[in-house]
Design a protein around this ligand. Structure first.
Ligand code: ATP
Length: 341
């Protein structure tokens, strides 16, 4: 059954390269109009997943629907140009010998291209730059040309592969904000691949966490960060401290004390986000500061407990801590509790 509520729906997709299953049981549904960040560590198969959705690689198993049409599945494999999917590559892949207008027009069907190019350039706020060559544009502007070219064919879905990684860190955040606004304004469904947690959480309405070829959790940024389904997801999506613990089904005991636990019984992993811990100069579980990463607005302080574990604690920038300082660590909130892995 195809379903029109989803701009894209992947079920059990597998893509192998020789013995390596780069994508391995990939399930993903993106509601029409949603911007989803596909977040995962390097090599987990994100690019391959995009390529099989776009039809640039042929999937070995599973099915893919785009805009309510089956584009890949048993006996079906539509070519990329029939899938109504637009792609923006990491390096933007503009034609260097064509000006901005010609680059955008490339994505258009025959007919009155001029008016449509002007509309598209206005949409991505590049009016007046139609005659520029790609090398005369900033990275952010080149990206908007690539986006305009991808939007030209009125796709059901836009795929963007690490679209901000080629931009200077100084402008990355600004361009990210612009792209987010633009995608929302157009109302297009988009999947944006990134390995950057902060980027994923700040950019998208939904985040899918991909590890080892499959999606382990999909949800809003707050859900994925605040209620990870597994230790693996929790550790990938934010700074996390994992301590061994024991649960009696109602409470869990670990080096930082006793906490409420779900029904889980027996040996467990007890996970505290770095900001769920606090440092005090009197009281708490004793330890010594072994490292300080100062970021200006906040700091990450590593404390080695006398019992041997090293914990990372995220704090406001003040008060400052010195390496070697004796401190105590306390928990500010309830931990996540997972079966011992
Ligand atoms: P990164 O963030 O580093 O780009 P990724 O999550 O996008 O990584 P992929 O590029 O999809 O990961 O690669 C997933 C796995 O598949 C890797 O082990 C990679 O080496 C392998 N792989 C990807 N493309 C090919 C190919 N054409 N031939 C052989 N192996 C490939």
């Amino acid at each position: 059954m195809v379903n029109n509520d989803f701009a894209v729906r992947c079920r059990g997709v597998v893509k192998r390269f020789g013995d390596v299953a780069a994508v391995n049981g990939f399930d993903l549904e993106v509601t029409t109009g949603q911007v989803l960040a596909l977040l995962g560590p390097s090599g987990c198969g994100k690019t391959t997943a995009l390529r099989v959705i776009a039809g640039l690689d042929v999937s070995d198993e599973g099915s893919i629907e785009v805009g309510g049409r089956l584009v890949a599945g048993p006996g079906v494999n539509l070519p990329p140009e029939k899938r109504r999917v637009g792609m923006v590559f990491q390096d933007f892949a503009l034609f260097p010998h064509l000006d901005v207008a010609a680059n955008v027009a490339f994505g258009l069907p025959r007919g009155d291209k001029k008016t449509r190019v002007a509309e598209l350039l206005s949409l991505v706020r590049l009016d007046g730059l139609a005659d520029r060559m790609p090398h005369e544009l900033s990275g952010g502007q080149q990206q908007r040309v690539a986006l305009a070219r991808a939007l030209a064919a009125e796709p059901d879905l836009i795929l963007m592969d690490e679209p901000f990684s080629n931009l200077d860190p100084g402008i990355r955040e600004e361009v990210r904000g612009e792209v987010r606004q633009l995608l929302r304004a157009v109302g297009i469904t988009a999947i944006i691949v990134t390995h950057d947690q902060e980027e994923a959480l700040s950019l998208a309405g939904e985040v899918a966490v991909m590890i080892d070829g499959r999606v382990l959790q999909t949800g809003t940024p707050a859900e994925v960060y605040g209620r990870p389904v597994s230790r693996l997801v929790g550790e990938f999506v934010g700074a996390a401290n994992v301590l061994p613990g024991d649960s009696d089904g109602a409470q869990v005991e670990c080096v930082l004390g006793r906490f409420k636990a779900m029904e889980q019984r027996g040996p467990v992993d007890v996970m505290f986000r770095a900001e769920a811990l606090a440092i005090s100069e009197d009281g708490g579980i004793p330890g010594e500061v072994v490292d300080v990463d100062y970021y200006g607005h906040d700091q990450m302080v590593a404390v080695k407990l006398h019992s041997g574990e090293t914990l990372r604690v995220r704090l406001l920038a003040r008060p400052g801590f010195e390496i070697g300082q004796r401190v105590g660590v306390t928990a500010r909130g309830e931990p996540f509790v997972f079966p011992r892995s």
